[in-house]
Design a protein around this ligand. Structure first.
Ligand SMILES: [Zn+2]
Length: 303
């Protein structure tokens, strides 16, 4: 991204994704599908983090650019296709149901110099949003984006960037993993443990995606529903609270359904060099697989 910016070129979502994937391979595996999706604004990619024991987190994403016009920073979350009433966020949420995945965005945010005029007045630990290391490619839940569009309006892009986690850090061996607190009374024991204890690999990705969603929920002054319901078969957490807050869907269920005990068949297909079935390839631009997601840095297992 830096070299493109040095050449004064603004990059596009498709180009950024292609450069990212070709550069990150073979550390990551990916398979690209139909050309029709290529032309579509914000095509869906399924990103899957796979641990050595098969635990997998599936995240259906669209790529978005953090854009600047002078001092105004934005992400085009509310893009609509001509003749279609639904927002792209609601379509992405619906599409994620097909794969029992969490829905979200991969944000391409350039380098610190590109972000020099970005100002974020939300509280941080000790570093400005724009100066965060490795934030050039960051991931955020669609529920955060939806909330930002509704409550932050023109500030939605900066709010989402603030909540987004650098993809390089998302499995977390180097970063701290503080407990997720609040609304924790009555949580199932396995979920309470997941929130309290440090996590690695696919579990950690799920935790980092749910963390800012939960943070938003804690600040909504509506009482939490402790009612639970069962998730898809194969979900790591078989039963989760149906609490929804002001989100369009029950937020814990939405994010954590993406976390499952075994590798889905279509992800296995990509790892084994096979083309997944048509119901998968017709609805995705491609699949990205990060294997050995729980491996310690520098100790990657050859695959
Ligand atoms: Zn910030």
């Amino acid at each position: 991204m830096t070299s493109r910016l040095d050449d004064d070129h603004m990059w596009g979502e498709t180009t950024a994704t292609e450069i990212l994937l070709t550069t990150a391979a073979p550390r990551i595996r990916y398979r690209q599908f139909g050309a029709a999706h290529e032309r579509e604004h914000g095509a869906d990619w399924l990103w899957c983090w796979v641990d050595r024991d098969g635990t997998t987190f599936c995240f259906l994403v669209q790529a978005k650019i953090l854009k600047s016009r002078g001092k105004r920073w934005s992400v085009d979350f509310t893009y609509r296709t001509a003749g279609d009433e639904r927002t792209q966020i609601s379509k992405l949420l619906t599409a994620s149901d097909r794969f029992d995945a969490a829905a979200g965005y991969v944000l391409y945010c350039g380098d610190a110099q590109y972000r020099a005029t970005l100002e974020c007045d939300l509280p941080h630990q000790d570093v400005l949003c724009r100066d965060r290391d490795r934030a050039g490619v960051s991931a955020v839940s669609a529920l955060v984006a939806d909330n930002a569009v509704i409550f932050q309006g023109k500030g939605a892009g900066v709010a989402a960037f603030h909540a987004a986690v650098p993809v390089e850090d998302i499995t977390g061996p180097d970063a701290t993993d503080p407990p997720i607190v609040g609304l924790s009374r009555g949580l199932p024991e396995d979920l309470a443990h997941f929130f309290q204890q440090p996590q690695r690999g696919a579990r950690r990705v799920a935790k980092e995606i749910v963390r800012p969603v939960h943070w938003i929920r804690v600040r909504q002054f509506s009482p939490a529903t402790l009612e639970r319901s069962a998730l898809n078969t194969g979900a790591l957490f078989p039963e989760l609270p149906a609490d929804q807050g002001h989100f369009p869907v029950p937020y814990l269920q939405h994010v954590l359904r993406g976390l499952r005990t075994e590798i889905p068949d279509y992800v296995r297909d990509v790892l084994d060099g096979r083309t997944p079935p048509a119901w998968v390839t017709h609805h995705l631009a491609g699949i990205v697989v990060i294997t050995d997601a729980d491996a310690a840095p520098g100790h990657e297992v050859a695959s």
